[in-house]
Design a protein around this ligand. Structure first.
Ligand code: SF4
Ligand code: SF4
Length: 161
């Protein structure tokens, strides 16, 4: 009985090791498909898809069935190409842009130093020396350039109303 168990155990160990070695030697069946899909992506490496670059996104599409409509720079044309190559339905390009945001000044903490007003490229901040400053929401683009210069950290981005 013990002999049988040992024999089976040894066989399993040998088989397992063999498979592991074989898997390492044989190139993953889908690596060439990953290359093809990667070649269909615009190579901007912008990470807007949520992956570190075009190749990691290509790997996710092939290896994990990730959605093919996550590449804004590639646009609808890339979605169509990926759908044709993979035999998938072309879904509309996903809008991955963050919701519009504008700067908001906590007027109770503002010391009226003008730093933010001077940093704003579109003159969206009004205020005078030593008086509180406020943001004209309609003018603000949410560029965040005013946040870092504020010495009292009283500016934050808020969802546009
Ligand atoms: S976020 Fe940009 S546009 Fe808006 S107030 Fe600040 S600097 Fe100006
Ligand atoms: S930088 Fe900050 S403290 Fe200075 S005026 Fe602007 S909001 Fe006020």
């Amino acid at each position: 009985m013990l002999l049988a168990v040992l024999a089976i155990g040894t066989l399993a160990l040998v088989a397992g090791t063999g498979l592991a070695l074989a898997a390492r030697k044989l190139p993953a069946a889908d690596s060439s498909l990953v290359e093809e899909i990667n070649a269909l992506l615009p190579q901007t490496q912008c990470a807007q898809c949520g992956y570190a670059g075009c190749r990691p996104y290509a790997e996710a599409i092939v290896d994990r069935g990730e959605a093919i409509n996550l590449c804004p720079p590639g646009g609808e044309a890339t979605v169509q190409k990926l759908a044709r190559r993979l035999g998938r339905d072309p879904a509309p390009l996903k809008d991955l842009r963050p919701p519009p945001a504008v700067a908001f000044i906590d007027e109770d903490r503002c010391i009226g130093c003008l730093h933010c007003r001077n940093a704003c490229p579109v003159d969206a901040i009004v205020g005078a020396q030593n008086t509180l400053h406020t943001v004209i929401e309609a003018e603000c683009t949410g560029c965040e350039l005013c946040i870092a210069p504020c010495p009292v950290d009283c500016i934050e981005l808020k969802a546009a109303s």
